[in-house]
Design a protein around this ligand. Sequence first.
Ligand code: NDP
Length: 288
Amino acid sequence: MAAPTTYLSQLVALFGHPVAENPTQYMQERAFESLGLIWRYITMDVQKDQLADAVTGLRAMGFAGANCTIPHKIAVIPLLDHLTPTAAKIGAVNTIVRQTDGSLLGENTDGKGFIQAVTEYGMDLKGVRALILGSGGAARAVSVELGVAGAARIDIANRTASKAEDLAAHVARETGVESSTVVWGRDIPIPLGTQLLVNCTSIALAPNVDDVVPVDYSSIRSGLLVCDVIPNPPDTPFLKRARAAGATTLDGLGMLVHQGAIAFKLWTGHEAPTHVMRAALEEVFAQG
Ligand code: NDP
């Protein structure tokens, strides 16, 4: 084997806490490798009160970028130099990209990854009526991007009602799309005319894999597209029950691949090998 011509790798970091079980490093490094890029993706457990120092370190060591996950997606914003318009609208950042002048740009690829997965599936989002379950970071990214993509109406249901009200007001203000709340309960009603139903809560995230999203499954009509953001395990009880009630379904793996693929292109300038990334995640999740 020939000696390398440079020992300098391009570096990307993941900042989160806890983060040890996050599979993104494996997915991104498989993608770098498949394109022959000398890039490394390093998972770093960063405590809340160390985030500012971690971002300073990122700048000092010339990292090409980073991902941020829980609990840093909002806290990182004042530490960056610029935000993309959608990251500003969403109010959270999951991807940092170093610009040619060394400044750090914050982007949010979570909602874009969702839009890409649904569009690839074949749904035209223009004029769609959606019901979003949840009001955390994922719900915020998905609902704002749906508004930007031309949805006609976005309803929000969340266990903590005040957060659903805040998100509905936020979506209406930031995207101009009509948005109101649906009451969370044991049988959340799916409003008549809903074409897209998305679980953006953490229900059924491992290890609670048998937990069921409490919607009124009898109100599911064929033609409804039901999506889950939970990637592991991807075929959640929510999706299984929705399919049994006549809906078509889309799991959270596509969103995870596409949000990573968008970040990959922002960092490297190359189209991401999405098939390699998906295979890497399937391999990780098959191990349980
Ligand atoms: P947050 O902690 O910001 O929000 C969690 C949401 O889930 C809140 O709305 C919370 O409701 C709700 N929730 C949690 N547990 C329950 C429960 N037992 N019953 C009812 N509601 C519940 O997390 P995120 O929004 O960042 O992430 C949510 C999920 O999305 C995670 O599982 C994450 O893995 C997944 N995700 C997937 C991505 C992908 O690419 N596939 C990308 C990003 C996230 P309340 O407000 O009442 O607490």
